[in-house]
Design a protein around this ligand. Sequence first.
Ligand SMILES: NC(=O)c1ccc[n+]([C@@H]2O[C@H](COP(=O)([O-])OP(=O)(O)OC[C@H]3O[C@@H](n4cnc5c(N)ncnc54)[C@H](OP(=O)(O)O)[C@@H]3O)[C@@H](O)[C@H]2O)c1
Length: 237
Amino acid sequence: MKKAIIIGATSGIGAALYKTLLKHHYRVGITGIDLTVVDAINDRSQKNLFAEFLDSRQGHTAEKIRGMTDRLEGLDLMVFCAGIGHLNLDQNYEVQNAANEINVLAFTEVADHSWRFFEEQGHGHFVSLSSIAGLFGYHKAPAYHAAKSYQINYLESLRQKAFHSGKPIYITDIRPGFVETAMTEGKKKFWPVSADKAAEQIYRHIEQHHDIGYVPGRWWLVAGILNLLPSWLRKRF
Ligand SMILES: NC(=O)c1ccc[n+]([C@@H]2O[C@H](COP(=O)([O-])OP(=O)(O)OC[C@H]3O[C@@H](n4cnc5c(N)ncnc54)[C@H](OP(=O)(O)O)[C@@H]3O)[C@@H](O)[C@H]2O)c1
């Protein structure tokens, strides 16, 4: 039985993904920031699932992962799903930095911990949810777009490390477009998909060890077009 941890999975895409992994016979440890929800999940005593409280802004994320890995008695798959995606119209530093604490600092802590663990173990799979947003800057949410861009490049660097290691270590960058979760509630959405549908597609990308996975797949075309747009056009977004 494969063992997985998902950071940020008591709601949104992460919650849909843990249910998908359970369906496919994984043993899963998940984290959440709402203790009541964490307790409610544990009270249901679902086979092969446990939840733990983790607020990554408080640090100790790697320590928590070590404890969860011991509880699972191993780790094959680590998924970083946590993220904050506020609009920031007045360029408020506090707002930008709160998002950076998760999207940049916690992401880096989890990515580095996972890399070192899988490198020593000789195999493993690190998956992170970046976003189509990482492919362009956007004036209404500068920190979110920049952080997702950081994640995309960081994941590419880890993928190179994995390749040079010669070990079966896989790094998957999941780039969703619009998924119906709390993060996108009340926002205009283009090609939206449900969290369940997104989770099924993410699962397929994981099983096939894809380097990059667009969710849904047609965002691949948008990514290609974005790459070709000149800056005089991009500044009008
Ligand atoms: N929804 C979209 O359209 C979309 C598009 C592109 C990329 N993404 C990315 O997909 C990922 C999941 O997003 P979502 O749509 O599922 O959003 P969501 O419903 O708002 O979920 C955000 C996740 O981040 C976790 N989180 C927030 N603050 C945290 C903290 N301080 N410490 C640890 N975890 C924290 C939450 O944990 P809890 O489980 O406890 O709530 C939750 O699982 C994010 O990285 C997001 O950027 C989403």
